[in-house]
Design a binder for this molecule. Structure first.
Ligand SMILES: Cc1cc2nc3c(=O)[nH]c(=O)nc-3n(C[C@H](O)[C@H](O)[C@H](O)COP(=O)(O)O)c2cc1C
Length: 198
């Protein structure tokens, strides 16, 4: 039988493992943490889900960043509610991570400029799509993308960086010898947490 992971009965270590996985997900496109599911609520209170690419994870600040088109449904829902949740399950690691927090959209500030500057040309072109994301089309290919020019600012006006300030973390580790689940919430500058029944 496999050795138990170091965080198995270590509450602080469990939280640190969650942030370690998120940081790894930013760098490693093969990690399940690279492409979490993002949940929002629409104006009628209905839940909405979609995949996003995780672009930054700062454990110290408890913040995450991803990017989207400011014309998209998700941008509208995030702006209206200010709320978001993320979910990842890593099957080989048998680790589920759920995060909830407050989302802030950065469209025209220094943070958005820096995120745009760091984005690859192949990512930038997506923000130049016409018509806007979600618009009904007469045919599947009835949309246009700009050329991949690394110097071009086409799409910048539609680009939006979203920073999620995490307020609650729910970690679940599956193991035949006994699952481990813990919940953490912000308290002041730090985190409080407790083991909970899985
Ligand atoms: C692997 C993968 C990564 C994606 N990454 C992003 C992303 O980083 N940002 C984004 O806005 N949409 C991303 N998408 C597309 C969204 O999942 C979604 O289909 C689209 O943005 C429309 O969502 P909305 O109507 O809820 O705004 C990704 C989709 C996949 C399958």
């Amino acid at each position: 039988m496999d050795a138990l992971p170091s965080f198995y009965d270590d509450l602080d270590g469990f939280r640190a493992e969650g942030w370690r996985c998120l940081a790894e997900g930013v760098e490693n496109r093969h990690s399940p943490f690279h492409t979490p599911s993002l949940a929002t609520v629409d104006a009628a209170g209905r839940p909405r889900l979609r995949t996003v690419v995780l672009r930054a994870a700062e454990a110290g600040e408890g913040r995450l960043r991803f990017h989207c088109d400011r014309r998209s449904d998700k941008a509208r829902e995030l702006a209206e509610s200010g709320l978001a949740a993320l979910h990842v399950y890593d099957p080989p690691a048998k680790l589920q991570l759920r995060l909830e927090g407050r989302a802030r959209l950065h469209r025209d500030d220094a943070l958005a400029d820096a995120a745009w500057a760091a984005a690859l040309a192949m990512s930038r072109v997506c923000y130049g799509v016409e018509p806007a994301p979600g618009t009904a089309l007469a045919a599947g290919d009835a949309y246009a993308l700009p050329d991949e020019d690394p110097e071009a600012r086409i799409g910048r006006e539609n680009f939006c960086a979203v920073v999620l300030t995490v307020e609650r973390i729910d970690l679940l580790y599956l193991d035949r010898r006994g699952h481990r689940r813990a919940v953490f919430w912000r308290e002041g500058e730090g985190w409080r947490g407790t083991w909970v029944a899985p």
